[in-house]
Ligand binder design. Structure first.
Ligand code: ADP
Ligand code: ZN
Ligand code: ZN
Length: 742
């Protein structure tokens, strides 16, 4: 007897065995949506695998039926889910769960339907009209029938329009008499709203674009050695146009496409470009969709109504059956790595999905990750370069200021701004142009220190300093969100000599207000941008020229397009370089490049001023020279020397718990087990407290494993972390290809 393993309700985290009855034999496949008896009710579920026999001791019940023709997850996606569970050391359920949006999985969201009225019996209806045409008492019924006879099926709302004297009781009388009947029609919730978009035609490709497109054409036709292309092109080199034309080529071959963008790039601007080229045959998957909309979009894709899906990370699992192309834009973005289980990288899973389904994968970036560059250099990926900006515009002029030499303009004045930067901003103000001042605040906020005893205000639950906000007179923790009123005197010694160290955007804003008076200034960071609309409001003011200077953190580094911004100042480029993380150089290079890209998007050439205390730092120099290749070579050499990815695989194991000694004991025992599988190609460090020792009252220990040939070790980790009992109060998780070492 054949057996199907079915996930009925994924919240149970368990699969159940059902017998496949003879009449369904051959039709129940992996991914098929089936109806099964569950307890005393009937439920729908998905088949995860098929087996010859069941291990279940009791009698297994039979599947009741298959839910429709197309209601199933493509088998390749189930295969992908199984690969993810294996590769990322997570449970099968966690992996399969990510394949389906919660709105589809839960079964709570129903398709939206509307009721239409239509003629049930044409002959009888026409007779009724003929016989009663002159009778005033039947006038309303006659009008209703006439409208339905001539215009066909319609909802009540439209009957109300065509028959002004409409009454529902007359309509229901016609239904009772069998002249009119109701039918249900499926309605898709409209995610685009009313906005009209002017259609665009493909642009005549530049020579670089032509070369990239011809490679992609060969890839689509299966004539290349690899199915992955790294598209390395500066901002404005025309990558998006290449994406659009590649999707068109896939469509010509009857194939569907998925476009992944970082959530932050999923702006109306991006969406508009895809809609303008492909119309509404496009599904947009972003985090603001309601459950109903998400349900409908998934079904539109699953039913083959659309052939293109654009979205953030999870759009990778769009249930296309004829996938031809996956595009991962800004492939280096760390947001492609999910921070909860399954801790998958959408970029890497995209490469795997492409392989499983014979689809082409394009990874696009101006600053590709070391991993992708390495794969391009070793021939695992193909490489296409697009060097020039489409409009042949000159890239911004970049200057470095050594802040150690360039002191304050006048004694006692703020040292945040070098003379060069102050002059440059004032120039822009005089000319009616705008400036952006950028501060990478991560890991370097204003902290509160006692000038007497050295006490530093720290969050008691997380091992980090509190960040001080002057505006609100508060100390807050950026890890747990905890907030307390700022101390007026030192809680340790009672002294009132409280100092604030470090530079936050708030302090920069205050200093800028004084230095650049009477500039109109706004600040954008997670403290000022609290409401959903705050972001749009400030950007709109900036766009309209109501602000001279925009000050901000990472939030303003990406994607903003303001032609009147001709100057970008990076207040302190060194922040981030000192993070205890081997990706610190890479992140700094990417950040400087991105921020610099905000300058000179209009007709006037932009200028970028980088302030630093380390003007000889290689990363800063490469970024200032726009030398990605130089940087990439430098960074890869550094990683090779120290045995970091992409030369090794990196796996971290995190242990969390409130009782530190219990946690340390468990982590040590766990590591002892893992060490049995370590050979000379593997290095293991720890367990030791993580650089951020506590978050939300929980201690954190970590084990860092680097190496080649980790298959067996990974299997061991899987058993240790998922199948062995873990002491109460402790949790442990494995992060494969970890992005963060904090
Ligand atoms: P990227 O995605 O690399 O930043 P885009 O594809 O957005 O670059 O192109 C930048 C700008 O140049 C856009 O306004 C786009 O419409 C325009 N553009 C792109 N390709 C061409 C082309 N072949 N001919 C003319 N304009 C182009
Ligand atoms: Zn003190
Ligand atoms: Zn905290």
């Amino acid at each position: 007897m054949a057996v199907a393993k079915v996930i009925v309700d994924l919240a149970l985290d368990k699969e159940f065995d059902y017998a496949i009855p003879a009449e369904l034999e051959g039709r129940v496949k992996v991914g098929t949506m089936v109806s099964v008896p569950f307890g005393s009710s009937r439920r729908d579920g998905y088949v995860l695998s098929l087996a010859e026999t069941s291990d279940y001791a009791g009698k297994i019940k039979p599947i009741l039926g298959i839910c429709g023709d197309r209601a199933h997850v493509p088998e390749q996606l189930v295969t992908l889910g199984r690969w993810m569970a294996d590769y990322y050391c997570c449970s099968q359920e966690q992996a399969i769960r990510t394949l389906l949006p919660a709105a589809v999985r839960s079964g709570k969201v129903k398709p939206k339907k509307r009721r239409l009225y239509r003629i049930a019996d044409r002959e009888a209806a026409s007779d009724f009209v003929a016989v009663n045409a002159a009778k005033p008492s039947a006038a309303l019924r006659v009008d209703l029938l006439k409208s339905l006879l001539s215009d066909g099926a319609q909802p009540i709302e439209s009957l109300k329009v065509s028959v002004p004297a409409f009454s529902n009781s007359s309509l229901q009388t016609l239904v009772r008499k069998g002249l009119v009947e109701t039918v249900e029609e499926l309605v898709r919730r409209d995610v685009f709203g009313e906005g009209q978009v002017i259609p665009t035609k493909p642009l005549e490709p530049s020579p670089d674009q032509k070369k990239a497109l011809s490679t992609i054409r060969k890839m689509l036709d299966g004539e290349t050695s690899s199915h992955v292309l790294l598209l390395l092109g500066v901002t404005n080199s025309g990558k998006t146009e290449v994406y659009l034309q590649s999707i068109a080529m896939a469509l010509e071959r009857g194939k569907s496409s998925i476009v992944l963008v970082p959530e932050i790039s999923l702006t109306p601007q991006t969406v508009r470009r895809f809609r303008a080229r492909f119309g509404d045959a496009l599904s947009i998957l972003h985090s603001r969709l309601s459950d109903g909309e998400r349900f409908d979009e998934w079904n539109r894709i699953n039913d083959g109504e659309v052939k293109i899906a654009v979205g953030a990370r999870s759009a990778l699992f769009a249930p296309f059956r004829d996938l031809g192309l996956i595009i991962v834009d800004e492939e280096h973005e760390s947001s492609y790595k999910q921070s909860e289980a399954p801790r998958y990288s959408a970029r890497d899973v995209a490469v795997m999905r492409g392989k499983l389904e014979g689809a082409v994968v394009i990874l696009g970036s101006a600053t590709p990750s070391a991993e992708s560059m390495y794969n391009a250099e070793t021939g695992k990926f193909l490489l296409a370069r697009m060097a020039a900006q489409v409009d042949n515009k000159l890239p911004p002029h970049i200057r470095i200021v050594d802040q150690r030499l360039d002191g304050p303009p006048e004694p006692g004045k703020s040292t945040f701004f070098s003379r060069m930067l102050i002059e440059a901003v004032r120039d822009r103000m005089n000319r009616g142009e705008q400036s952006i001042l950028f501060l990478n605040r991560r890991g370097y906020a204003r902290i509160m220190i006692c000038g007497e005893c050295g006490f530093e205000a720290r969050c008691p639950d997380c091992s980090v300093s509190y960040t001080y906000s002057k505006q609100r007179e508060l100390l807050s923790c950026h890890l747990c969100g905890g907030v307390i009123p700022a101390y007026r005197e030192c809680p340790q010694c009672g002294s009132e000599k409280i100092r604030y160290a470090g530079v936050g955007t708030e302090k920069i804003e205050a200093a800028a207000g004084a230095v650049f008076y009477p500039a109109r200034i706004a600040r954008m960071d997670s403290d000022t941008m609290r409401g959903a609309d705050d972001y749009e409001i400030v950007l709109e003011r900036f766009r309209r020229g109501e602000l001279d200077i925009l000050i901000g953190t990472q939030m303003i580094a990406k994607g903003l397009h303001f032609p009147n911004v001709t100057l970008v100042g990076i207040i302190n480029a060194d922040l981030g370089l000192s993070m205890p993380d081997f990706r610190a150089n890479e992140r700094t290079f990417q950040l400087i490049t991105q921020v610099a890209g905000r300058a000179g998007r209009g007709d006037i050439r932009g200028e970028v001023i980088i302030q630093t205390h380390n003007p000889e730092n290689e990363t800063i120099l490469y970024a200032a020279n726009r030398d990605f290749d130089g940087f990439s070579k430098f960074d890869l050499e550094f990683r090779e020397l120290l045995d970091y990815p992409p030369y090794t695989h990196l796996i971290t194991v995190f242990f969390r718990g409130e009782d530190e000694s219990k946690l340390a004991d468990y982590a040590t025992a766990f590591s002892g087990e893992v060490r049995k599988y370590v050979h000379d190609e593997i290095r293991i460090a720890g367990p030791s407290p993580s650089p951020i020792e506590r978050i939300k009252g929980k201690f954190r220990y970590m084990l860092v494993i680097r190496g080649r040939k980790m298959k067996i070790l990974k299997q061991a980790l899987r058993v240790l972390a998922l199948h062995r009992p873990v002491p109460k109060g402790i949790d442990v998780y494995v992060d494969v290809d970890a992005q963060s070492l904090l």
